[in-house]
Design a protein around this ligand. Structure first.
Ligand SMILES: CC(C)(COP(=O)(O)OP(=O)(O)OC[C@H]1O[C@@H](n2cnc3c(N)ncnc32)[C@H](O)[C@@H]1OP(=O)(O)O)[C@@H](O)C(=O)NCCC(=O)NCCS
Length: 208
């Protein structure tokens, strides 16, 4: 019997647009199907905070759907959240060429030997482990979509530096460093960051 391959692609949707189109109740139902046993912070953010953060424009969440090209099947496979922050980077964490690039983007404090720069933060990123949906997307696909979104914004407004923060976990650090993110520091957890393992987050940046 002849077997046909089904072509698929990913569709990204800004959570604010989903709320506008479907209303908050339907949106909450979609979000409630998200599960991430490896990282409760990722699961609780999308279930209980993402809508409020999107409405207050604190941080914008983008849902990623796997879809067949004929649009017959669609699955919620992951999400990422981006916001804009001011961040300080120690000069010692940078190569000479990275320091040169950053000099054009931010302010250098000669005495402290550190750069302060306004930059996009990938605040959340995770696959949906519900119903095996995580097998429909790879971490590299998801990170690529997040980085590409930031690159598109930076092409419009300038900037080339982006960063993220993750638990001090070998698997996570090797995932991000594989895709050109570089460790530059640590941040102590805020008191309300109770879903995170450990008492600090490792900070990583990328410059394109
Ligand atoms: C991080 C992530 C996007 C990477 O996706 P991926 O490259 O397709 O890789 P996998 O999901 O297969 O995970 C790779 C390994 O890392 C482990 N891992 C992933 N997230 C982890 C976490 N938060 N804590 C501990 N281990 C984790 C997996 O168990 C797996 O281990 P194994 O190799 O022993 O099977 C995905 O694993 C994920 O969504 N994790 C949960 C959410 C998360 O922690 N996001 C990062 C926030 S900073």
């Amino acid at each position: 019997m002849e077997q046909k391959f089904v072509k698929t692609h990913f569709v990204e949707m800004n959570l604010s647009n989903i709320i506008d189109q479907l209303g908050e109740d339907v949106t909450k139902t979609i979000l409630s199907s998200f599960s991430c046993p490896l990282n409760k912070d990722i699961e609780n953010f999308i279930k209980y905070k993402a809508i409020e953060f999107s409405k207050r424009t604190t941080a914008k969440t983008h849902l990623v759907f796997w879809q067949t090209d004929d649009e017959k099947y669609s699955e919620f496979v992951g999400y990422y959240t981006i916001t804009s922050k001011v961040i300080t980077v120690d000069r010692n964490a940078l190569s000479n060429s990275e320091a040169k690039k950053l000099k054009n983007q931010g302010v250098y404090d000669e005495a402290k030997q550190e750069y302060t720069v306004s930059a996009p933060l990938i605040a959340q990123l995770g696959k949906n482990f519900s119903n095996g949906n995580d097998t429909l997307i790879s971490g590299s696909d998801l990170l690529y979509l997040a980085v590409n979104k930031i690159r598109k914004i930076q092409r419009e407004i300038g900037g080339r530096f982006m960063y993220l923060e993750c638990e001090d976990n070998e698997k996570l650090l090797s995932f991000y460093t594989r895709y050109n993110f570089k460790i530059f520091g640590k941040r102590t957890l805020d008191r309300d960051e109770t879903d995170i393992n450990g008492d600090y987050l490792v900070q990583l940046f990328a410059m394109f």
